[in-house]
Ligand binder design. Structure first.
Ligand SMILES: [Mg+2]
Length: 414
């Protein structure tokens, strides 16, 4: 842990990305209110709205029929994620004419690390990045750039002057503009955590700022609370390498799949796909996370931790336990579902206890063996021949229904 003194991080976040991407790709949409929908249906919500639509009060998440009523001239476009992924790659090339991209955080968010010689002219570099995107891609696809002493503060700074912004949170005047934000503006403070903070009397940034790291850890119920404190106060915290990678899949669900049962059926398929990709890459996971969202894109999130695991039956059993928790906590509907395998361990590093002859260990080894056989068959035949339990075809199987927010799909995923 260390406390940087310069603007070491530059964060790029594109404005209304899917909507501006469509305006970039289809020039006749420029200057018009545009909404992007995940599937061609009247029963879905907008996943992005153009700045013209935002100016008319339209928000992400609004249902199609409400959106049409609210904004009569609205043009609806079904998402074309394969084109957005191509655009994403062009964007990275444009940014890298100025500064290398250190991490791709989502389809429209990138993090760059600046060198000590670059810290004093971080603002100039931010301007150059914006110019490189404008000349390399076009003027329609604008981005907001944030500068800060660490990843989180740079990301928060990128949110502060949207759209087309350029802002910094300087290490020497913290908390500074942080105090004017709402708690839920901070990445990592979702509604659940905000409610927990409110119960402890923490309702604004000033109160959060006064807490001690251990207090935030206790309120969070995990070390993540302490980590958040460190980030906000301008420290950098290095995460262990294995925590950086994950395998996950997500979907916006069609209207008739939004019961908890529908979300569960979809999540099983998504988890099986993620687990198969993870095995192919040579990893096992120590944690499984599940996110369910309501129409405001808030929602329920749960995680289960275990010893390194990579077989389908064990992972699917963990998923079913997470759904039981969600049900117990009154999450009965979900507009999207996302699963992710975290905290990866290379398969080569797992020490197998060959002398463990308990029935459980033997069963687990058999399940692992079967999982690899299923993978091999499914890959050879290029479809899902073998699977565990009921298998469903998620409507909108076309790539348009994929969420590209949190994971940049590989070409083979389309
Ligand atoms: Mg964005």
């Amino acid at each position: 842990m260390r406390k940087p003194t310069g603007l070491e991080r530059l964060y790029v976040d594109f404005d209304s990305f899917f909507a501006s991407a469509e305006q970039h790709l289809q020039p006749h949409l420029r200057g018009r209110p545009v909404g992007v929908i995940p599937v061609d249906s009247e029963h879905t919500g907008l996943i992005a709205v153009s700045r013209e639509a935002k100016a008319l009060g339209l928000k992400r998440g609004t249902f199609v029929r409400d959106a049409r009523r609210q904004c009569p001239g609205l043009v609806l476009v079904t998402a074309r994620h394969e084109l957005y992924v191509r655009l994403h790659k062009e964007i990275i090339r444009a940014i890298e004419t100025v500064v290398p991209v250190k991490a791709v955080c989502s389809i429209d968010e990138m993090l760059c690390a600046l060198l000590p010689t670059e810290w004093p002219r971080a603002f100039d570099i931010g301007r150059q990045v914006k110019e490189a995107v404008a000349t390399g891609i076009g003027p329609t696809l604008t981005c907001s750039v944030g500068l800060g002493p660490n990843d989180l503060l740079a990301k928060i700074a990128a949110e502060m002057e949207k759209p087309d912004g350029l802002a910094a949170l300087r290490p020497d005047d913290l908390p500074g503009r942080l105090l004017s934000l709402d708690l839920t503006d901070i990445p990592g403070i979702a509604r659940g955590n905000a409610a927990r903070l409110a119960r402890a009397g923490i309702t604004d940034m000033e109160a959060l700022w006064r807490l001690q790291p251990k207090e935030l850890r206790r309120l969070w119920g995990s070390v993540e609370g302490e980590r958040l404190w460190m980030w906000l106060h301008g420290f950098t915290v290095e995460r262990p390498e294995t925590q950086r990678r994950m395998f996950g899949h997500g979907r916006v669900l069609p209207a008739d799949w939004r019961s908890l049962n529908g979300a569960y059926a979809a999540a099983r398929v998504l988890l099986a796909k993620a687990a198969s990709r993870m095995r192919r890459a040579g990893f096992s996971a120590r944690s499984l996370a599940l996110w369910l969202t309501d129409r405001n894109s808030a929602g329920w999130c749960g995680e289960e931790r275990f010893r390194p695991t990579w077989d389908d039956p064990s992972l699917l059993a963990s998923l079913s336990r997470l759904f039981l928790h969600a049900e117990r906590e009154e999450m009965h509907r979900s507009r999207s579902v996302h699963v992710a395998l975290h905290d990866l361990v290379p398969l080569s590093e797992i020490e197998e206890d060959l002398f463990d002859h308990t029935p459980e260990a033997q069963l687990k080894r058999r399940m692992e063996y079967l999982s690899t056989i299923a993978d091999r068959l499914n890959i050879t035949h290029r479809k899902t021949l073998l699977h565990w339990g009921p298998w469903v075809t998620i409507p909108g199987g076309y790539a348009g229904a994929k969420i590209a927010f949190n994971r940049i799909p590989d070409a083979e995923d389309f």
